[in-house]
Design a protein around this ligand. Structure first.
Ligand SMILES: *[C@@H]1O[C@H](CO)[C@@H](O)[C@H](O)[C@H]1NC(C)=O
Length: 328
């Protein structure tokens, strides 16, 4: 009997010991554990891809392989956010990555320590590049567009670059912020695919004092809107709105149009009410962040940067194509 107690006590004690050690040494905001920002490389980029659904692993593998084969990509890291996925599955996936894609950038897998949506923006000691691509596991982007988006970002490193845009707006009659799609302007790019300075991960996760802490808490409460908050952070830092890049070919598997097993009609009915609810919640987040941070840094961007045949950046302005260097 005594031995049993001793053993149990030992395990509890040992567990507590590792826990406190972990919290001390795993502080993601401990900048001494992160690479010197001046030594980060600018010629390449790190891809941080969210992974969650086990049934989508085959798609995730193919998307990760596309990123890994892209010349500017230094590494692909999958941030696995589903806490109930068996370790065995992840070990197998990880192993498959090590054997499958020799010659391309390495693909690795990190299990997220928490299910907070903020975790996708944590600064990471393994990021050796000045920029990161944040993306989802169900959005396929063609290789040329990945490279082009990287080049647009490299020329505009203080801005947020994206392939999917939305806008904030003020509903004057209700006096509240709304989340919407605007035909000719945008102020928010989505995490389906965005490129940003690695430094902004630190700003999002570790700076901004009590107000940013409250804003990050609001993300956890809403279980949504971490992308909108990142748009606030970058617009504030760079004092500029995001830039939308036109991709040649994008396939969004998470898009409702790819819903299977539903008739067209019920799909559309379900979608429009879900979309309405989704927009309302996102509008609520914009209002919350404005109230918590006591400012509205979001800025509008206009037009879309497109890749021309001449490999020179062309921008769409007032319906006309102009060289991007003539474009604000
Ligand atoms: C790993 O690769 C094998 C062989 O291609 C495949 O059957 C299996 O489903 C893969 N596992 C994961 C988790 O990707």
């Amino acid at each position: 009997m005594r031995t049993v107690f001793a053993v149990v006590f030992f395990f509890v004690y040992a567990h507590l010991g590792t826990l406190s050690l972990r919290t001390l040494s795993d502080d993601p905001c401990d900048s001494t554990k992160l690479p010197d920002p001046r030594k980060l490389r600018s010629d390449q980029i790190t891809v941080l891809m969210n992974g969650y659904s086990e049934s989508r692993i085959p798609l995730l593998r193919s998307i990760a392989a596309t990123y890994a084969a892209s010349p500017p990509v230094a590494a692909v890291v999958i941030l696995w956010g589903n806490p109930s996925t068996p370790t065995r599955t992840l070990a197998e996936l990880s192993h498959n990555f090590t054997i499958a894609y020799t010659g391309a950038a390495p693909i690795s897998l990190v299990r997220q320590a928490s299910d907070s949506l903020n975790a996708r923006f944590l600064p990471r000691p393994f990021i050796t590049t000045r920029g990161v691509i944040i993306c989802d596991d169900d959005v396929e982007v063609d290789p040329k567009s990945i490279e082009f988006a990287f080049r647009v970002w490299a020329a505009n490193p203080h801005r947020l670059i994206g392939l999917f845009a939305r806008a904030h707006d003020l509903d004057l009659s209700r006096r509240e912020w709304i989340y919407t799609v605007h035909p000719d302007k945008y102020s928010i790019v989505l995490t389906k695919f965005m490129v940003l300075k690695t430094e902004y991960l630190y700003k999002y996760s570790c700076e901004g004092g009590a107000r940013m802490m409250e804003a990050r808490k609001a993300v956890d409460m809403a279980q949504n809107c971490e992308d909108i908050l990142m748009n606030f952070v970058v617009a504030e830092e760079g004092n500029a709105g995001p830039m939308l890049v036109g991709a040649e070919k994008v396939r969004d598997w998470g898009d409702g149009r790819n819903d299977e097993g539903l008739g067209l009609k019920e799909r559309e009915v379900g979608l429009s009410s879900r979309r309405g609810e989704h927009r309302k919640r996102r509008g609520g987040c914009i209002g919350d962040f404005h109230r918590i941070l006591r400012r509205m840094p979001l800025r509008y961007g206009y037009g879309k940067v497109v890749n021309s045949i001449a490999e020179e950046g062309l921008c769409m302005k007032d319906g006309k194509l102009v060289f991007c260097d003539q474009w604000p």
